[in-house]
Each structure stands twice: as C-alpha cells, then as structure tokens.
Design a protein around this ligand. Structure first.
Ligand code: ADP
Length: 307
C-alpha cells in the first residue's frame, strides 16, 4: 500500500438504469402496459467504485455525466456515501448515460444502453486526475468508456507501480487487444470465451500469463472463480448462499479483488475475499443496494470458517 488506506482509482462509467418489468417483451409497433418501473444508479465504473468505497478503500472515480436530473442523483448518492466527486466532470452538451432494461416474467431481458457523456470522457480528464492515478494502489478499468482514455490511465498507473485490473465488459466493446499495462484480466465465463476466440479458454489464459500478464481471474457465478497465474491454475469454490438476485455480484467480486490486492494480499486470499463479496451481493435485490460493506464481509468470512 502506498498510504495507510488502500487507494483505488476507477476510470469508468456512470449509467442510470431505467428498468421496466413486463409480462412479455413487446412486439415491434406494439404499445403495452408494463408491470413495474425502477430507476437505479449504475454503470460498471460507478458500481465498482461504490463497492470499493464500502469495502474500506479510499476511492477516486474519474467519469463524466451530463448536467441533468440523472447527474444530480449520482452527485447526491456520492455525497451520501461520503465519496468524492471532484473528478466527475459535468458535460454541458451531452447528458448522463442511460440504459433501459426490459425484463419479462420469465427473466428474459432486452436492454438498450446509450453511453452519452461516458463516451466523451477525454484525455484531459485523465491528465487532470494524474496525481490520483499515480498515488493509487490499484486502477480499475472496464469497457464502457473510450478505449484511448482507459489506455492512457493504464499507462500512468503502470509507470507509478499501481496494479491495473481490467473487467473486459461489455465484451462487444473489446475491439482492441488488451494492452500490456493490464496486470489482471477479470472476465466472466462468457467474456473469457470471447477473448479466447477459437482456442480453449484455458490455453488462452495460460498464454496470457506466459506472455507476462500477472494473472487471469475468471468469475464463474455459482461455481466461484478460476485463477491462472505463474503458480498455475486454481479453482476457488463460491460460498453457499441463498441467491435472491445476482445483479451486481460481478461488480462486488471485482471490487473485492481490487481492494484486497490494494492491501497487498496475495491473489489466493484476494479471490476468496472477492468470492465472499460476490456471494453477499447475490443475497440482496438490485446492484447498488447489494454492494456489501467491509464489516459484513469479514463477519461472513468468520462464519464460513467456523462452519
Ligand atoms: P458477472 O456478473 O460478471 O457475470 P458472475 O456471475 O461470475 O459475475 O459472479 C461473480 C461472482 O459472484 C462469482 O465469482 C461468485 O464469487 C459470486 N457469485 C455469483 N453467483 C453466485 C451464487 N449463486 N452463489 C454464490 N456466489 C455467487
């Protein structure tokens, strides 16, 4: 750790989710009544930043929102949580990112997402946050903002000895090779398969490590997580919980991994901690509400050890 508290910088997205629950997905041209509506704050960047904060890290979020109602909700939430917002830029021309998931009774969904202000984060914002990135123990990146911005942040982080962790999601944005500055690639199973392309996932992950990557950690939902590094391949089972809603589990898992690595813990211990964060997130409805706090995770781990 570079200072007393683990320090994490997230350069990523803030998206408002407008969630519609419907009996069945609408047909083209059809107007139909829905059953329920919910407005949630999200975006992989925001969720992971919030989760790291609740897990006890000092967090700087670098992002971009509009000057609209949704931006106000984010700024209010960050203030409520005691998080800084001074590197979240408000765009005068383009509004806050939005997504509209439509979910039917069988759980099937259709999602429209528009990055809006997220797609306008630029290199000058990264430069403005240079000191924050340089003093971070871990930099967290995802694929919801322009690639050159993530790449620049990764270069600055790497040059100052930070660990760079990439969540390669959403995977359809993976149009470019994952840069050499990334230390840990942390995909889920689907993303890992997409990154591996035609080769088996294990061969791809092993090749990444052979080429100098610190590690590949694949989250496997209820199966836990798979680690590939210099020590070889290890699977860490998930903790048994009664899942209510797995939304946010992936973000909680990645935040747990980042915070533990920022504290200087080894990868095995960090993946165990991450599995606990992911499992707890499954027991609460929604994304933001399900990001667990540090004391809850530690109590959960003690209970699991005792059992
Ligand atoms: P993503 O949302 O990125 O696809 P996963 O579904 O792989 O993420 O879940 C992330 C992590 O959350 C898993 O690695 C695991 O630690 C935890 N998790 C997910 N589902 C369960 C479950 N049913 N029981 C226990 N832990 C779970």
């Amino acid at each position: 750790m570079k200072s007393a508290k683990p320090k994490i910088c997230v350069v990523g997205s803030l998206m408002t989710d407008l969630v519609f629950r419907v009996e069945r997905l609408p047909q083209p041209g059809e107007s139909m009544p829905g059953k329920e509506f919910g407005l949630f704050l999200g975006g992989k960047g925001f969720n992971q930043a919030l989760a790291c904060h609740r897990l006890g890290a000092e967090v700087t979020m670098v992002g971009r929102v509009g000057r609209d109602y949704f931006a106000g909700l984010f700024l209010q939430k960050l203030a409520e949580e005691g998080m800084r917002a001074d590197f979240i830029f408000q765009d005068d021309e383009v509004g806050t990112g939005v997504a509209c998931p439509i979910i039917d009774d069988s759980g099937q969904n259709a999602i429209i997402g528009i990055g809006r202000a997220n797609m306008r984060i630029d290199l000058s914002q990264v430069e403005a946050a240079r000191e924050e990135i340089e003093s971070a123990d871990v930099l967290m990146l995802q694929f919801e903002i322009p690639y050159p911005v993530s790449r620049r942040a990764a270069q600055i982080a790497k040059a100052s000895g930070a660990i760079v962790l990439l969540d390669p999601a959403p995977i359809h944005n993976a149009g470019v090779l994952i840069s050499e500055e990334v230390d840990f690639i942390v995909p889920n199973e689907i993303e890992a398969r997409a990154l591996a392309q035609s080769q088996p996932v294990e061969l791809w992950a092993e090749a990444e490590v052979k080429a100098g990557r610190s590690g590949v950690v694949i989250s496997l939902g209820a199966e836990g997580a798979l680690v590939f590094d210099q020590q070889g391949r290890r699977q860490f089972p998930a903790f048994p919980v009664q899942p209510v809603d797995s939304t946010g589990a992936g973000d909680a898992f990645r935040a747990g991994l980042a915070v533990s690595l920022a504290e200087g813990k080894g990868i095995d211990q960090s993946v165990r901690f991450a599995n606990a964060c992911g499992a707890l997130a499954c027991t609460v409805l929604g994304a933001e509400p399900s990001m667990p706090r540090r004391d809850r995770v530690e109590r959960f781990l003690r209970e699991q050890e005792a059992a």
